[in-house]
Design a protein around this ligand. Structure first.
Ligand code: CAA
Length: 261
């Protein structure tokens, strides 16, 4: 499938998704969000894909936010609709049954920072910059920023970043735990692929269930969370991958690879 603003490439078991509106610094308009929605559906249904990398086109930006030229004339109903569209797509990505790595190559502002936070983890180039500048535009973050930033970096730092609209460099994002690693720009995609391939080399159903357990568990009390883990742990014993891996271990041989069954 060909899209105007989003590229989907496959490399072995990886899907590489690139938001591709470099002239607008990859800003997210409705059209791009709808395309991203379709790309996520495609990835979900592609059994070959075991891990996903999300990045932005060009050298300057990951994504410079939701599209301000589209938002400027919206009324209340349209504003809600635009927010709901972004949230629907981001939540679909967050709950996709495959791990997603954001490779943040430049500005990740507003909706861009929010999209990176809907991914499982973030790698940043030394040129990356993060921020939630919405209050400078008379709005709140609208694609989950008030919720996910606080969950990732804690409430105090999230409130400081959101109230001040400060834009921080990659090293600071690393220091506060917003990104997992900072690398040179020319190494970013390779590092992301290395990480994605490492994840993809493990039992895919187990990885997927880990994602589900962590995501669902973070929203509930500890007793319910532990029950979620017990549930997914039990489910693993229905897979061939669990049997194959444990038999191979006991027989002291190397497993050739997982079947994803
Ligand atoms: N929406 C629409 N267009 C955008 C954009 C955005 N978020 N960000 C950049 N662009 C466009 C610019 O209008 C410009 O277009 P033209 O060439 O047609 O004039 C082009 O991208 C290049 O941008 P600049 O000339 O501004 O580049 P710069 O290097 O001088 O500045 C920047 C870079 C600091 C990132 C600056 O572009 C900027 O501040 N962008 C807006 C960042 C922002 O406020 N993002 C949050 C949006 S609100 C949001 O995301 C709400 C939400 O939570 C859902």
């Amino acid at each position: 499938m060909e899209f105007k603003n989003v590229m989907l490439e496959k490399e072995g078991n990886l899907a590489i998704v690139t938001i591709n509106r470099p002239k607008a610094l990859n800003a997210l308009n409705s059209e791009t969000l709808k395309e991203l929605n379709m790309v996520i559906d495609t990835i979900e249904n592609d059994e070959e894909v075991l891990a996903v990398i999300l990045t932005g086109s060009g050298e300057k930006a990951f994504i410079a936010g939701a599209d301000i030229s589209e938002m400027k004339d919206l009324g209340v109903i349209e504003g809600r609709k635009f927010g709901a569209l972004g949230n629907k797509v981001f939540r679909k990505l967050e709950t996709l049954e495959k791990p997603v790595i954001a490779a943040v190559n430049g500005f990740a502002l507003g909706g861009g920072c929010e999209l990176s936070m809907a991914c499982d983890m973030r790698l940043a180039s030394t040129k990356a910059k993060f921020g939630q500048p919405e209050v400078t535009l008379g709005i709140t973050p609208g694609f989950g920023g008030t919720q996910r930033l606080a969950r990732i970096v804690g409430m105090g730092i999230a409130k400081e970043l959101i109230y001040t609209a400060n834009i921080i460099k990659a090293e600071e994002a690393y220091r506060i735990g917003l990104v997992n690693k900072v690398v040179e720009p020319e190494q970013l995609l390779d590092e992301a692929k290395k990480l994605a391939n490492k994840i993809a080399s493990n039992a895919p159903i187990a990885v997927s269930l880990c994602k589900q357990a962590i995501n669902r568990g973070m929203q509930v009390d500890m007793d319910t969370a532990i029950n979620i883990e017990a549930e997914v742990f039990g489910e693993c014993f229905s897979t061939e991958d669990q049997k194959d891996a444990m038999v191979a271990f006991v027989e002291k041989r190397k497993l050739e690879g997982f079947k994803n069954r």
